[in-house]
Design a binder for this molecule. Structure first.
Ligand SMILES: *[C@@H]1O[C@H](CO)[C@@H](O)[C@H](O)[C@H]1NC(C)=O
Ligand SMILES: *[C@@H]1O[C@H](CO)[C@@H](O)[C@H](O)[C@H]1NC(C)=O
Ligand SMILES: *[C@@H]1O[C@H](CO)[C@@H](O)[C@H](O)[C@H]1NC(C)=O
Length: 309
């Protein structure tokens, strides 16, 4: 037992108790003091001595509330896992015979994260960023995202490693005009001249890490995410179609925590399965079960990830 003013706590309590029995007015005094103390604690927000942060001004307090709110939103936006694909199958519409086009992208639109959170809310998300790994040509996914994704991206980064396709990308100006003029992209607020300034294209492979010996050189995704200064409060959508490298890249970003910066990930998964041999997918080394395990791990971590398309 600890000492209070040189006497043991037991002694002090015993003294209080016996004196109260002898003198009820002392009991009233003790009860009154205790009630006053509780009341003061309650009114000052110091309830039961729990710590209370100090704010110099009401503006500081409001900023703190905003920060907390943003944190909650960040947590929430990783929480929308269950409503994802009811059938855990790649290209469900195609396999269910609802489309003839194996690359039909409309099957992913119901699962867009921005259907569930307001990605355009500037109080919650500082910037909206789209990263396209393996963009092929402008029309195939960047333009499709601009026309279909329910927010206007402030920045777009695109990677392509095929020199021929890269040359095509240099004709961007006319491609962007074509993509924006009179379309749903224009309705969403995209303007041709602005889009040109906010797009950055890289003639590179993307992998788990940098490799300058490949041709063209390989950029590691985790390093790239650091290089472009992505913050927790950015709304980041990433699409990857990297011909089998998705296995290494996804494993790496899960291991090193980079996945936390990506709000939504679309991945074209490539696997070796007899069903996919008509499309020459026997060249891929991972089995469908391995890919499925990879996606399951991603979802267990809370990633909002879906197969593309
Ligand atoms: C989303 O946020 C934007 C910007 O704050 C706002 O203008 C818009 O009305 C919001 N949309 C919805 C559906 O709440
Ligand atoms: C981009 O524009 C160029 C030049 O107008 C055109 O030849 C090319 O087909 C366009 N590419 C796409 C994918 O629209
Ligand atoms: C690759 O080259 C880039 C640009 O020259 C450089 O910044 C980077 O550090 C190099 N990466 C490696 C792994 O050597």
């Amino acid at each position: 037992m600890g000492k209070v003013y040189g006497k043991s706590v037991q002694h002090y309590v015993r003294h209080l108790w016996t004196s109260q029995l002898r003198n009820p007015s002392q009991l009233r005094l003790v009860v009154a003091l205790l009630a006053t103390w509780i009341f003061v604690q309650y009114c000052t927000g110091n309830w039961l001595l729990t710590g209370r942060a100090e704010y110099a001004t009401i503006r500081d307090l409001k900023e703190e509330v905003q920060k907390l709110k943003a944190k909650v939103e960040i947590h929430e936006r990783r929480f929308w896992l269950d409503p994802l694909e009811p059938i855990f199958q790649y290209r469900p519409k195609f396999w269910l015979g609802k489309t003839d086009d194996v690359d039909d992208k409309d099957q992913v639109t119901p699962y867009f994260l921005a259907n569930f959170v307001n990605a355009s809310d500037k109080d919650v998300y500082d910037r909206r960023i789209y990263i396209d790994l393996g963009l092929h040509d402008f029309k195939s996914s960047v333009c499709w995202m601009m026309q279909n994704y329910p927010t206007k991206f402030d920045l777009v980064y695109g990677f392509e490693a095929d020199a021929k396709l890269h040359a095509d990308i240099h004709t961007l100006a006319s491609n962007i005009t074509e993509c924006v003029k009179g379309t749903s992209a224009e309705a969403r607020g995209y303007k041709t001249h602005e889009v040109l300034n906010t797009f950055t294209f890289y003639y590179n492979f993307v992998g788990a890490e940098d490799n300058n010996k490949s041709s063209p050189p390989t950029r590691g995704l985790s390093q790239f995410v650091r290089d472009i200064g992505i913050k927790e409060n950015d709304f980041v959508v990433l699409k990857m179609d990297v011909e089998g490298w998705e296995y290494d890249i996804l494993s790496r970003i899960m291991d090193d925590g980079t996945y936390k910066f990506l709000d939504e990930v679309f991945v074209e998964v490539h696997y070796n399965h007899p069903e996919m041999h008509p499309w020459h997918w026997y060249i891929f080394k991972h089995s469908r079960a391995e890919i499925q395990a990879l996606l399951t791990r991603a979802r267990d971590l809370g990633m909002f990830i879906h197969p593309w398309p």
